[in-house]
Ligand binder design. Structure first.
Ligand code: ADP
Ligand code: MG
Length: 390
């Protein structure tokens, strides 16, 4: 089956589209990335999304227009791949998260509190525009089952990146950082997969991107190749105090978004940096090292043991300074990108949604209760058919 996975994360930099050829059933998949595309959002649309993510008010009519405008961009990203590579069978579209609220206390005694996660770019419009069945709204079924609705990629990591002898962390560094912990899994000897852990580690590129946009007065939106960070000196005292944020002490399952590590939190960091007399490049260097520190600290706090290898993916894997700091915090561990293990670091998240869409098609459950906190494994996503098809 040829499936296009479409994803835009908390960075709101653009749509990652991956066309993959998938064969097999359940965990037993063979997958080939045919081609990928990163389609930047038009600036006005990006600004509108960021405003909603920041909590700016919006009328319901504006929300409806934004929903459809995002859907059309997602469809265009898929269309680019179809024009280049030929027809596909299925679209799996994550959409753009604009609001995410974690599930409340899961203890029996507390009142029912489900998580809430809103992705714009409705699947029905994508399906209509492309004339193709489209799976979307992947998080809802897990939330309905009491889960966080996130992270959803760990099951795909288990399927595609687990190793027979080596324990691994798969670390995505998008706007937010997410880890999947994969104990070694010898599929010949162990029919059942091992218990996978996974959660949002905290900020990924979000704080660095906000700092760059602010400090360059809008000229730059991210620290390309870590060039600014490389020119500054990180302040370890600030990093240590930022590591005290209560989110880092919260045990998994947990998920977060721009609500915690966005604009407001950046302002708090910037104010503290000013008090210490840090210049712009020092602040970027400190936020970059802080991001790596949150990841390493999370492993030390919540994993049964440090992994033998960390495979990094997402846009942050392209930032050499982030990679260097991560290696310095984890000196005993091999830290490389997923590309080194044969799965494109830049497209892994989009590939993962293609797999989740494929699993929806085959009604194979796509969440891991050990990761999301859901009561059960459930089939993820809703399917939309283009007009005239049932
Ligand atoms: N060459 C690069 N150097 C440094 N950072 C990069 C580079 N390429 C991408 N990034 C970072 O990755 C982010 C996008 O990562 P992505 O995985 O798409 O995140 P998300 O899933 O949140 O959209 C950019 O906003 C930027 O911060
Ligand atoms: Mg992105």
């Amino acid at each position: 089956m040829r499936v296009i996975g479409l994803m835009s994360g908390t960075s709101v930099d653009g749509i990652d589209a991956a066309l993959v050829d998938i064969k097999g059933t359940g965990y037993d998949l063979t997958l080939r990335l045919v081609d990928g595309e990163i389609r930047a959002f038009p600036t006005s649309l990006q600004q509108a999304i960021l405003a909603v993510c920041r909590g700016d008010s919006i009328s319901l009519a504006e929300l409806a227009s934004l929903d459809d405008a995002i859907a059309r961009e997602f469809a265009l990203a898929a269309q680019q791949l179809i024009d280049r590579c030929g027809p596909v069978d299925l679209i799996a579209s994550h959409g753009q998260t604009v609001f995410h609220r974690s599930a409340g206390d899961r203890s029996q005694s507390s009142p029912v509190s489900l998580g809430y996660s809103l992705q714009l770019g409705r699947g029905s419009v994508v399906a209509q525009q492309l004339g193709l069945p489209t799976v979307s709204n992947f998080r809802q079924a897990d939330i309905d089952a009491g889960g966080e609705g996130a992270p959803l990629v760990p099951i795909v990591d288990l399927c595609l990146l687990s190793h027979a002898q080596q324990s691994r962390c798969i670390q995505n560094i998008g706007g937010i950082g997410n880890v999947t912990y994969l104990p070694a899994w010898n599929r010949q000897g162990q029919a059942c997969p091992p218990t996978v852990l996974g959660w949002d580690t905290g900020p990924g590129n979000s704080l660095i991107d906000i700092a760059m946009t602010q400090l360059s007065e809008g000229a730059l939106t991210y620290d390309r190749d870590g060039l600014w960070a490389a020119q500054g000196t990180p302040c370890d005292a600030l990093i240590n105090s930022w590591l005290e944020h209560p989110y880092f002490r919260l045990p998994p399952p947990k998920s977060t978004g721009r609500e915690l590590f966005g604009w407001q939190y950046f302002q708090h960091c910037q104010q503290m940096a000013r008090q210490r007399g840090l210049v712009a490049v020092d602040l970027v260097a400190t936020l970059t090292r802080f991001t790596a520190a949150t990841i390493a600290q999370a492993y030390q706090q919540f994993l049964p043991a440090l992994p033998e290898a960390v495979l990094v993916c997402g846009g942050g894997s392209q930032n050499p300074m982030l990679m260097t700091h991560l290696r310095s915090y984890l000196p005993e561990v091999s830290v490389v990108t997923t590309t080194a293990a044969g799965l494109s670091a830049r497209y892994k998240e989009a590939i993962a949604f293609a797999v989740l869409g494929f699993w929806h098609w085959h009604q194979f459950p796509g969440n891991l209760p050990s990761v999301t906190g859901a009561r059960a494994a459930v089939v993820l996503g809703q399917i939309h058919y283009p007009k005239g098809r049932a």
